[in-house]
Ligand binder design. Structure first.
Ligand code: ATP
Length: 349
């Protein structure tokens, strides 16, 4: 049995279900992300765990104890919000100390624990500042220290990094994950940012319309997405439309290499392939020919779109220090059989 378990957890608002029958088992020390598009029910799930929203059905257990209807303060989880929700009239140290005072922890112990928590998030030097005197990243760290200082069994994080600019956000992803690994707190983070979920989590829970669609380690989620929705939501995916032949997937009069499952001769099929699984070669030397439509320089890679008879195909090329083909250049595209998967089109029986 998991350290934190959700069993058939459901939340209805009138007729509409915000969360439907969510079942999940989280191990002690795990970092789990709830990932999905806006409105899929991630925040409602997190709030039910934290005790801020009452479930309509289902059960939540923590370390073997049924906490489904327990008051939030009895659960002792704390929560880190996107807005940080710091007290503006309190210093950093007072903000972090607040939860310990509420729990009637004696002053000497409080002082020691606040110091430890601030050291953990590298804010010891700013203990006497007020929130308005801090940067966004520093405020976010205060919020994390305030949540961790009470030594919660589970740390719920609600989009904790989404108010930060792109560069700081990336730095904080590594920092927050580092802190979590040092402290070992079981963590559930809500995010709609797939790269954040992939880089920080032990396992990612993908949600769509209130339901769990897949739970997997980041690498497996990326390599073996359970549905076309997940494959496009997590990373980029090319989709080519064609027909399944016993010889393979056929599009624009070409048989293209791929693995196929559960397909019958002559049926419509979709071939899915990630942009980084394709290489560029000379025209005629690959599995398909085309012409460069556009190039985008991303720093560590180039993203090149190629117009082909089978449709527009995106190719991601690592930056090897020289420019790839230019707009209008004829090119060949090549990929291995195992890197492309053919399946029925979405919605087909
Ligand atoms: P976002 O990323 O936009 O925050 P989310 O995945 O966290 O989205 P939720 O906030 O959990 O989604 O909402 C799930 C669904 O439940 C949405 O359709 C939302 O409109 C609905 N919902 C949430 N809270 C309430 C409420 N108090 N009353 C009625 N409907 C609600």
């Amino acid at each position: 049995m998991g350290f934190l378990t959700l069993d058939g957890l459901t939340k209805r608002y009138g007729e509409a279900a915000a969360v439907s029958d969510v079942t999940l088992s989280v191990a002690k020390g795990e970092f789990i992300s709830l990932l999905g598009p806006s409105g899929c029910g991630k925040t409602t799930t997190l709030q039910m765990i934290a005790g801020l929203v009452e479930p309509s059905a289902g059960r939540i257990t923590l370390d073997g104890r049924d906490i489904t209807h327990e008051k939030p303060d009895r659960r002792g989880l704390g929560i880190v919000f996107q807005s940080y929700a710091l007290f503006p009239h309190m210093t950093v140290a007072q903000n972090v100390s607040f939860g310990l005072e509420m729990r009637k922890v004696a002053r000497p112990e409080r002082e020691t624990r606040v110091k430890q928590a601030l050291a953990l998030v590298q804010l010891a030097a700013l203990a006497d500042r007020y929130p308005r005197q801090l940067s966004g990243g520093q405020r976010q760290r205060v919020a994390v220290a305030r949540a961790l200082v009470i030594d919660p069994p589970v740390l719920p994080l609600d989009e904790p990094l989404s108010n930060l600019d792109a560069k700081l956000r990336e730095e904080m992803q590594f920092e927050l994950r580092g802190i979590q690994q040092r402290v070992g707190t079981t963590t559930i983070m809500v995010t709609h940012d797939q790269s954040e979920a992939l880089s920080m989590s032990d396992r990612v829970v993908v949600m769509e319309q209130g339901r769990i669609m897949q739970v997997d380690a980041p690498y497996r989620l990326y390599e073996s997405p359970a549905t076309p929705f997940i494959s496009s939501f997590v990373g980029k995916m090319n989709r080519l439309h064609g027909v399944w032949r016993n010889s393979g997937f056929e599009s624009a009069g070409r048989v293209l290499p791929c693995d196929g499952a559960d397909l019958t001769e002559g049926a419509a099929a979709v071939l899915a392939i990630r942009p980084e699984k394709i290489t560029l070669t000379s025209p005629g030397a690959g599995v398909l020919d085309g012409r460069v439509a556009a190039r985008f320089f991303l720093g560590s890679a180039w993203f090149v779109t190629i117009e082909t008879d089978a449709g527009l195909i995106g190719v991601s090329l690592p930056n090897a220090g020289e420019e790839p083909a230019r707009e209008g250049d004829p090119v060949g595209l090549d990929w291995s059989k195992s890197s492309a998967k053919a399946a029925k089109p979405e919605g087909a029986q």
